[in-house]
Ligand binder design. Structure first.
Ligand SMILES: [Zn+2]
Length: 519
């Protein structure tokens, strides 16, 4: 259904356009209310007796790139009710159109509010100017504050609470999130247990409280909501467990120093690299043989590539006999003898010339230089490793070396870890216990917690274990329940972002208004 555009459809409902004129950047529209009576704000009586007229100037949404000023010809009415104390009242307009003594129409106010929520004061003011909305940054912030209302009475059941730095090391505040709806519920001005307790007490519907370990939130929740389940934060549990292992390493540093100082180099570990080289050599030889066999049977390169899965380039190289040179230029003649050389070296024969003579007897055709260079390299490697071994790594490094996978360790590190493992068995036990704890959290098996606590209490990480025992119910809940404070941490990140937009200024109510209102 098409309708011609009437002038009154451009202004808020309930008004009729009297006249409109515009200049370069501003449109002025004079309107009068379409209703013919007023309702007394004190007694609610309908009045048709107009006392006088007056003009209200309010800003409305911009029109065709020009800001709009409405001149409202409003009325004053007389109240005739006998018992009403009010004789004259000004005209009120419908809800959501124009509030009493407002300078903006509601529909403009709403846009201003959302601009303020999204961008904060000063940036929003700059943007508003481009949108032909004449508002200052103070106005924007005022509107955000005024319109911020607590989220409509949602029944809070699962909340997360955490603290955040208002100013690092100076002032902290708390944030409370609705974990089910993934929303910020409120900000508390400090992180005192009493403040949290008062808030919890005012919200008795809460059944689950996720909070970090330590701090007063647990105690506050226990006092105010004795029936609520408390959930320790999984990430902090994992982190504290790792820290407990680091502490165990620190405690064992004296033993570690003794053990590492006394270590002689284990030749088996040192030869690992050469074994790898040898295996690579064997593998290459195997590939070469397979490709050559196929080629001898008259198979074209294309088919060999398809059948073996090797690259065309590699297949061509092998067939032309270039392969060995491409990958291993210098040691290729030595490769087949490496295991034998290792044995000799390990048994104490470290003289290059002597090794070469023995090798030559076994059919080695290379020169003496090849062997003496090998021996030099070998000696240098051992020396470097020995030096690395004498330098005792920090507790943090040792904890890391002991917990990352073997495959990521260098040769010297492997020797160090092996020495510690052999010499300080307590530490190996502690590592196992920590790994079990991590596994329990990852796989959500809380049944083993009691046993774990027993075992851990007798180990190097006893203090961590008794901490867990003290908070056992919450730890158990953390393993079992899906709730975690990770979400709250995420909201804190958002909060910090909003705060940065406000250049770190602004009071807590404004911050809260922006956080909650934006949802
Ligand atoms: Zn009245």
């Amino acid at each position: 259904m098409q309708q011609s555009l009437s002038r009154s459809s451009l202004v808020p409902s309930g008004f009729v356009v009297e006249s409109a004129f515009c200049n370069a950047d501003k449109t002025t529209i004079t309107v009068r209310p379409s209703g013919c009576f007023g309702l007394c704000p004190s007694c609610g009586t309908v009045s048709r007796r107009v006392h006088s007229h007056y003009r209200r100037r309010v800003t409305d949404l911009p029109l065709s790139g020009r800001s709009v000023q409405l001149v409202v010809i409003a009325r004053r009415f007389r109240c005739d009710a006998v018992l009403c104390g009010r004789q004259i009242f000004t005209e009120r307009f419908a809800d959501g159109v124009l509030a009493p003594s407002a300078r903006r129409t509601m529909r403009l106010d709403c846009i201003v509010h959302h601009l303020g929520l999204a961008l904060g004061g000063r940036p929003a003011a700059g943007f508003a100017k481009r949108l032909m909305l004449p508002v200052s940054n103070d106005t924007l912030l005022r509107v955000v504050r005024r319109r911020s209302c607590p989220p409509a009475d949602q029944v809070l059941a699962v909340v997360g609470i955490d603290d955040w730095a208002w100013r690092r090391n100076h002032r902290y505040a708390s944030i409370i999130c609705n974990l089910e709806r993934r929303r910020v519920v409120t900000l508390l001005p400090d992180r005192e247990p009493a403040t949290a307790q008062a808030w919890f007490a005012a919200h008795p519907t809460i059944t689950v409280v996720a909070r970090d370990r330590g701090g007063g939130y647990g105690a506050a929740a226990a006092k105010a909501l004795p029936h609520a389940v408390q959930v320790a934060d999984r990430w902090h549990l994992m982190e504290n467990a790792s820290r407990a292992f680091l502490d165990a390493v620190r405690k064992s540093m004296r033993q570690i120093r003794n053990v590492i100082g006394a270590t002689t180099i284990n030749p088996k570990l040192l030869t690992a690299a050469e074994h790898l080289q040898y295996e690579g050599y064997l593998r290459r030889e195997e590939t070469n043989a397979a490709i050559l066999a196929l080629s001898k049977n008259g198979m074209p390169i294309k088919l060999i590539v398809r059948q073996t899965g090797h690259s065309r380039k590699l297949v061509r190289q092998v067939i032309r006999g270039e392969r060995n040179d491409v990958f291993r230029t210098r040691q290729s003649s030595l490769d087949p003898y490496l295991p034998w050389l290792d044995e000799q070296w390990a048994s104490g024969c470290r003289n290059g010339a002597e090794l070469w003579r023995r090798l030559a007897a076994r059919g080695f055709r290379g020169s003496l230089r090849v062997i003496s260079e090998w021996a030099t390299r070998r000696r240098r490697a051992e020396k470097a490793d020995a030096q690395n071994l004498k330098r005792i790594p920090s507790a943090r490094t040792i904890a890391r070396l002991m917990t990352i996978g073997r495959d990521f360790l260098t040769k010297a590190e492997t020797v160090t870890v092996a020495a510690i493992e052999a010499g300080v068995p307590n530490l190996v036990e502690a590592r196992e216990i920590i790994a079990e704890f991590h596994l329990m959290i990852r796989c959500k098996v809380e049944a083993e917690l009691t046993l774990w606590i027993e075992r851990a209490r007798a180990s190097l990480i006893a203090s961590f274990a008794s901490g867990v025992a003290k908070d056992e119910a919450a730890v158990r809940a953390a393993i079992k329940l899906p709730w975690s404070n990770g979400q709250t941490e995420g909201q804190i990140t958002r909060l910090k972002l909003v705060r940065r937009q406000m250049y770190g200024r602004g009071k807590i109510d404004l911050l809260q208004a922006r956080l909650i209102g934006a949802e």
